[in-house]
Design a binder for this molecule. Structure first.
Ligand code: HEM
Length: 407
């Protein structure tokens, strides 16, 4: 537990610049590593926004901040907090920018789509879509870019199915998502993509009014009709779920890169299929899913964390990536250890903003890992690992393409 009684230090730590880095592979961000070394609570300045913010990196402190109502998300939208992205990803009033009880109300509107039953409802359809994609890759033969052929289209198809977005609209969803999740295109281009996607969902919600249905748009349309959420709240929520859905492409791209560059890990998954669920959790823990940090929180009152006094009104970031490497919780944290148990990682976040799509992400990753290991037993990179291109200027890290071959 964070120690509230520790003596508060007087001199605040120096403000460190945290530039946008285009890192290769699953290299851990050296700036973050340095900050973790410096202390449990440091101060950072990111490329956009103004001023500085606190950064909390230890596992217990991260869980405390993310689960403590003294830190608000709602207030972030009102501050020009120093940040990585030139723009804010969530729309005002969407779940990312709400606090309980409003936040709980919004999440409740779509909860049935994300329960075990809701996610399992998609399993057969998801498997079918993946089988089709895999069959196409096998039919065309090696080499193939597995990002283009599997890791991008599969999560996109699943999230569109979850949402109730027609298959014909998948390409534009993909394009808008990429633009919104980029910090390289400038705030204006990202904002335009966000507005266009919002317009799309507003139309779809109107079309679906009164139609019911178990997909996200159906649930949101019913919630709007019942007066439980407003139209603009449901548009903001739809946008976040849609773009969140594609996170799986990047995450499984990183998983694949690890398996193809460390054949001993891949061989174990082939030889010991029962190990796969645990291996997947370990890969989730280990993968540096994002660049720098996401959305901050604003302290509503003075709070002391690990001896450092944070004043009301100041912005605080947590790093889930850093928490997942906390040696007090994960022995030998730099090692990918498929036997790690327990593995209480926070790759999907913690507290009320815990990833709404965690169960769906696990389902998709499980299906993809099974397909990659079982259907492509001889899979290997078609280029040297150093030549695999990783996304640049992206908020979420992952390979742009994974050129692979097999016999
Ligand atoms: C491996 C894939 C994924 C990872 C690693 C991941 C990780 C995360 C993390 C760390 C958070 C933020 C917690 C915070 O704000 O403190 C989050 C939030 C969120 N994720 Fe995911 N996610 C993944 C997949 C998905 C999928 C598949 C969806 C949708 C289908 C999704 C939708 C969302 C949404 C809507 C939020 C905002 C929740 C809120 O603020 O209440 N994510 N995710």
């Amino acid at each position: 537990m964070p120690d509230e009684t520790t003596t508060t230090t007087n001199a605040p730590p120096p403000v460190r610049d945290w530039p946008a880095l285009d890192l290769h592979g699953v290299d851990f961000d050296p700036v973050l590593a340095g900050l973790m070394e410096e202390g449990p609570v440091t101060r950072v300045r990111l490329p956009n926004g103004s001023g500085w913010a606190w950064l909390v990196t230890r596992y217990d402190d991260v869980r405390m901040v993310t689960n403590d109502p003294r830190f608000s998300r709602k207030l972030v939208a009102e501050h020009d907090v120093t940040r990585l992205a030139p723009h804010f990803v969530p729309v005002d009033g969407a779940v990312g920018f709400e606090d309980p009880p409003e936040h709980t109300r919004l999440r409740r509107a779509v909860a049935p789509a994300f329960t075990t039953r809701g996610v399992e409802r998609l399993r057969d359809r998801a498997r079918e879509m993946l089988d089709e994609l895999v069959a196409g890759v096998l039919r065309d033969g090696p080499p193939a870019d597995l990002t283009e052929r599997l890791l991008a289209p599969f999560p996109l198809a699943v999230v569109c199915e979850l949402m109730g977005v027609p298959a014909a609209d998948r390409p534009r969803m993909h394009e808008w998502t990429n633009l919104i999740l980029s910090c390289a295109q400038g705030a204006e281009r990202s904002q335009r993509a966000k507005d266009e996607m919002c317009g799309y969902f507003a139309d779809l919600l109107r079309e679906r009014r009164g139609s019911g249905g178990e997909d996200v748009i159906g649930l949101l349309a019913s919630a709007v009709a019942a007066g439980e959420v407003t139209e603009s709240e449901s548009v903001g929520l739809a946008l976040l779920i849609q773009i969140g859905g594609e996170a799986v492409s990047n995450n499984t791209g990183n998983m694949l890169f690890i398996l193809l560059t460390r054949p001993e890990l891949r061989d174990r998954l082939g030889a010991e299929p029962e190990l796969r669920p645990r291996a997947m959790e370990e890969l989730l823990r280990y993968i540096p899913h994002r660049s720098a940090v996401g959305l901050s929180r604003i302290a509503l009152e003075d709070v002391t964390i690990a001896g450092t006094r944070i004043r009301a009104g100041e912005a605080v970031y947590v790093s889930y990536l850093a928490a997942n490497r906390d040696p007090d919780v994960f022995a030998d944290p730099e090692r990918v250890d498929f036997d790690r148990s327990p593995n209480p990682h926070v790759a999907f976040g913690y507290g009320p903003h815990f990833c709404v799509g965690a169960m769906l992400a696990r389902l998709e990753s499980e299906l993809l890992l099974d397909a990659l290991v079982d259907r492509f037993p001889e899979l290997r990179l078609a280029v040297p690992a150093t030549e695999v291109r990783f996304r640049r200027g992206a908020l979420i890290r992952g390979p742009e393409s994974v050129p692979a071959t097999w016999s």
